[in-house]
Ligand binder design. Sequence first.
Ligand code: CP
Length: 329
Amino acid sequence: MYPDIDAAGLKGRDFLSTQDWSIDELNALFSLASRLKADRREGVPTRLLEDKTLYMIFFDSSTRTRNSFETGITQLGGHGIFLSPDRMQISHGENARDTANVLSRYGEAIAIRHCAHGEGNAYLSEVAAHASIPVLSMQCDVYHPCQILADYLTIREKLGDTKGLKLGVAWTSAPNYVRPISVPQSLILMMPRFGIDVTLAYPPEFRLQPEIEEQARANAAAAGATFEVSHRFEDAFEDADVVVPKSWGPLIHTQDHDEGIRLIESYPDWRCDAERMRLGKDHMLYMHPLPADRGREVTDEVIDGPQSVVYDEAENRLHVQKALMALTM
Ligand code: CP
């Protein structure tokens, strides 16, 4: 029924960053995601993972990621188990090696969200090193690869061929909490590989990891695309086809929480509104991974307006993750 799954050769593969997967592998995933999405809408059964179990370890809170993974494995005929470290022996110090080995004896994949800065990616990598089943990132401190898969599928559905499109990634001021840098980092890494010109705009204190910006530059050069960094908010919007204005913490500049909040509060004008949206092309899409801080990151007029595709984007988390699970598990 789905002959392309085995041909993709991805069974058993980890997914910690899109950077670890080739363009052909990513395209196989997008192709399967679109097919699973269409089949679901037409009522075609998609029980590709019967009797298979996915462990979902959440060190951090979630609405979209938990529910899209858990719904996804259900629709594929398998079972998802929600695990919280405070209810596991991780809370008593059980290490990544023991957790990885034991869960590998029971089920078919381990998905983890661990966003603590300087800890999350190291933990996921250690579990992946010891697990004999795939480890799937549900977001760490460095990457949020499933979000970016959903973003790309959404852009392709709305605008078609992505080569030569301009994507603006703009920092926004949202002082209610300090968000990880993994979403902008994953956006700038993957989008240029598909020929998308990326402009990243942030106040100086909100820079990303230098090695990630360097890799984004190399990815763009290899694909004949561009990657530019600006400290002017409007540069992300001007003449863009897609804009993702979202907040993140000044985590490379400072690890101090109060200093971070003070810095976020010091740029209140970095907010997406109708005036900024008019700087882009007429068809420019407004995207946000959610949750959005309405009123501070973005006005209701924009996020609820005709250019916003945030709910399509959130829905596509389900479809890309079903494809990811079907291919790797
Ligand atoms: N976009 C996203 O990852 O949402 P959650 O934090 O709700 O999972």
